[in-house]
Design a protein around this ligand. Structure first.
Ligand code: NDP
Length: 448
């Protein structure tokens, strides 16, 4: 049996980072992955999704370019070209992940890892003895049990559809649903977005949610709120007949369920080591990412803390530094910024107005809503919204939100300011970059 200081189960962002850093600190490390190195984000998540968002947004750019003097002839969109080029790039990134591990001296295994006991991991016919075990197996799409769900796809399959669907229903109101509704709509698929609640993106600032709903509706998405899928049946020509809870029906080429993700623990045989799970089936961990078993740790989506790639890498890195680098560090889950690559995109950090009002006695909000300079020459009616949320007693900016072009790029810098404890006075005294959209964050003076 091979003996290791650390065996990592799962070759996504969190697992690979932890393995590399621990090996760099001198530990003997093995890692196993059952699908492809790179994990959800690189293989069938953030990275290919963003490429598809770029692909889809060109339609609007081509249209707008006419007002800037360009004359373009568009001969349609070729799905297979996009998928082929995207797959090539994903293959390259997959190779880079493997190279990074090789260069760090990590033993790389291909296969499903499971626990034999608290110090032993089985991968295929190999058995590895481990001083410490790190579980970083991520999540899998959740599909509700409704009649005909087998005719729907999840975000795993959407990246490999043979053809562009002419029509699609996207179910859900979270990150993945609004992102794919935007992608389909931009490339010319007749798209409905179906959400069971009152407004999409629960948990985000209410004004931003409302604004996105308006903008995507303007762009042509058929947004149906307070509605859900009751059942799906195949038609004679292999299309999908979807019956909604409001009683109506629609026949489409593709039904995509983006209804959340569950921690991926099924294959791990966690009971062999007695690892405790939480209510959603997530592996429960403490601030050091340690499970209830002394030498077994978990990072990333499988722990259901904040399901974002950079959070998983932060947790994996902190774990490796703490336990193999003699440098005790905790992952910091405060003020984690995120973006939704809807069209227009959203960037967000800190508290929403609603959360801030729950937490502080006196909250000031500043909102700006306008058409960006680029759109003023065009017929594009898209409007941008920016918000700052301030704890009036301390003057601290406790939340910043934006919906509009480049929101993710802009919000990264704002997140650093908020992480550093910036006050509204700091924002006011920062000189804007002109002409830019981002400068608005420095010029908002009038309270809502
Ligand atoms: P989310 O948890 O964000 O959203 C799930 C959505 O599905 C919610 O709107 C939820 O409704 C709805 N839903 C849940 N169950 C059902 C059901 N039975 N029937 C109908 N609707 C249902 O999950 P996603 O799948 O969008 O994404 C998973 C995670 O991946 C995200 O939380 C995010 O952390 C991460 N991610 C991040 C991205 C980014 O950073 N840009 C991009 C993509 C994913 P309700 O609100 O009522 O619960």
């Amino acid at each position: 049996m091979s003996k290791y200081d650390l065996v990592v189960i799962g070759g996504g962002s969190g697992g690979v980072r932890a393995a590399r850093i621990a090996a760099g600190h001198g530990a003997k490390v093995a890692i196993c992955e059952e699908y492809r190195y790179g994990g959800t984000c690189v293989i069938r998540g953030c990275v290919p999704k963003k490429m598809m968002v770029y692909a889809s947004h060109f339609a609007e750019e081509f249209h707008d370019s006419a007002s800037y003097g360009w004359s373009t002839t568009i001969n349609g969109f070729d799905w297979s070209t996009l998928i082929k080029n995207k797959d090539q790039e994903i293959d390259r990134l997959n190779g880079i992940y493997i190279k990074l591990l090789e260069n760090a001296g990590v033993d790389i295994l291909h296969g499903t890892g499971s626990l034999v006991d608290a110090n032993t991991v089985a991968v295929g016919n190999k058995t590895l003895s481990a001083d410490k075990i790190l579980i970083a197996t991520g999540g899998t799409p959740f599909m509700p049990e409704i009649p005909g769900i087998e005719h729907a796809i999840s975000s795993n399959e959407v990246f490999h559809l043979d053809e562009q669907p002419k029509s699609a229903i996207v179910v859900g109101g979270g990150y993945i649903a609004v992102e794919f509704a935007g992608i389909f709509n931009g490339i010319g698929t007749d798209t409905s977005l179906l959400y069971r609640g009152k407004q999409i993106l629960r948990g985000f600032d209410n004004d931003i949610r409302q604004h996105l709903a308006q903008e995507i509706t303007k762009k042509g998405i058929d947004l149906q709120l307070n509605n859900n899928v009751e059942s799906i049946a195949l038609t004679n020509d292999k299309r999908k007949r979807v019956t909604f809870t409001d009683g109506r029906e629609k026949v489409v080429d593709c039904v995509l369920f983006a209804t959340g993700r569950n921690p991926a623990t099924a294959a791990l045989a966690l009971d062999k080591a007695g690892i405790a799970l939480g209510r959603k089936g997530e592996i429960k961990v403490d601030q050091y990412s340690r499970t209830n078993i002394e030498n077994i740790f978990a990072v990333g989506d499988v722990t259901d803390r904040i399901a974002l790639t950079p959070v998983a890498t932060m947790e994996g890195h902190a774990f490796a530094d703490t336990f193999f680098g003699n440098n005790e560090r905790l992952a910091d889950h405060d003020n984690v910024p995120s973006a939704v690559f809807s069209q227009p995109p959203i960037g967000s950090v800190g508290l929403s107005t609603e959360e801030a009002r729950d937490r502080f006695d006196n909250v000031d909000t500043y909102t700006s809503e306008f058409r960006i300079l680029k759109h003023t020459l065009t017929e594009n009616t898209e409007r941008t919204m920016m918000k700052l949320i301030v704890d009036a007693d301390s003057d601290k900016v406790v939340g910043a939100h934006m919906i509009g072009p480049d929101a993710a790029e802009i919000m990264q810098g704002i997140a650093i300011a908020i992480k550093a404890g910036a006050t509204k006075t700091h924002f006011n005294s920062t000189v804007g970059i002109h002409p830019s959209t981002a400068e608005e964050f420095c010029t908002m003076r009038t309270k809502d």
